[in-house]
Design a protein around this ligand. Structure first.
Ligand code: HXC
Length: 274
């Protein structure tokens, strides 16, 4: 699907900012990550999009490539982040075909609403496996490549639920807390080798699969109760997240490492109960 540039990028960034850079993005066919990808590719990067569904991933790669003539965007489907070998093969292929990896977005996530009593051990484990093990596998597979880059950068797409805990989201809150912890360990362990490792924690972002799952129809109504709880007075947009991504990956974010950048209009401080 094609979107006007203003949907995923503010008009403040310089053309060619990411010329020669390569981004590796898990969850890249999802609503948030595909817009992060568009922003990076529009500003000059090439990219590799990782997903589980082959058709969806191929289509996302084509759509993302269309934002800039000459852009190279590879879709690697049938890649489950829970499988370390899948990810290693994907990262190696990305580096081989696009010349390396500079930026990683660990965006693949699993979510559904369920009370603790409604969660089987396997349900809890499934989300932990996708979010935590999947993030670890992503780091492990891409590190050998980004350590060769002059600007190795990692962004993890986390959340704010674990700052307070959240009903119906015990599994996701536990998983995202672990993602934040991995981010910090990578910052400490690989900061000395030039890696910047940061989290973006989106709040309620309109038009996303996550919002559909968590907020349902009610969250689509203007001035709904969720919006009224957000200090900035509006839902977030995918552009808010894409702009934060450009900030962290570009020179503007050079001295930001080991940080969780909350992009939520102040919402988590008044976390609603879904
Ligand atoms: C209770 C549930 C459930 C539900 C699944 N399960 N849905 N339990 N309530 N609504 C249970 C199943 O019964 C099963 O347990 C276990 O979870 C695994 O389910 P499977 O379908 O076999 O697993 P799988 O195919 O691997 O799917 C994983 C998934 C699924 C997480 C359950 O929803 C998924 O693939 N999601 C990926 C896409 C996604 O979630 N995107 C949203 C990201 S948005 P049993 O015991 O029966 O075996 C997001 C927003 C974060 O993350 C917040 C940002 C602000």
């Amino acid at each position: 699907m094609s979107y006007p540039e203003s949907h995923y990028l503010s008009p403040v960034w310089r053309d060619g900012l990411f010329n020669g850079k390569v981004a590796f993005i898990t969850g890249g066919n999802g609503t948030i990550c595909s817009m992060q990808a568009r922003a990076l590719v529009r500003l000059g990067a090439n990219a590799c999009i990782i997903g589980r569904n082959v058709e969806k991933t191929d289509k996302a790669a084509k759509d993302i490539a269309a934002v800039r003539p000459g852009a190279k965007v590879i879709g690697i489907g049938a890649c489950d982040v829970r499988n370390a070998e899948h990810l290693k093969n994907a990262a190696d292929r990305c580096a081989k075909e696009l010349g390396g990896i500079d930026y990683v977005i660990a965006g693949a996530a699993g979510n559904f609403i369920a009370p603790m009593e409604g969660l089987s051990t396997n349900a809890f484990k499934s989300v932990m496996d996708i979010d935590v093990l999947g993030t670890f596998n992503t780091i492990k597979a891409t590190l050998p490549h980004i350590l060769k880059s002059s600007t190795p950068r990692i962004i993890y797409v986390s959340a704010t639920f674990h700052y307070t805990g959240l009903v119906m989201q015990s599994h996701v809150s536990a998983a995202k807390a672990s993602v934040d912890s991995l981010m910090a360990s990578v910052a400490l362990e690989y900061g000395p080798r030039g890696v910047n490792s940061n989290v973006i924690a989106p709040g309620a972002i309109e038009g996303t699969e996550g919002m559909d799952r968590l907020g349902g129809e009610a969250a689509k109504q203007p001035n709904n109760s969720l919006v009224r709880e957000i200090p900035s007075g509006r839902m977030g947009t995918v552009r808010d997240i894409a702009d934060a991504t450009v900030y962290l990956f570009s020179e503007t974010g050079n001295y930001v490492n080991g940080h969780a950048l909350v992009v939520d209009g102040g919402g988590w401080r008044r976390q609603p109960a879904f």
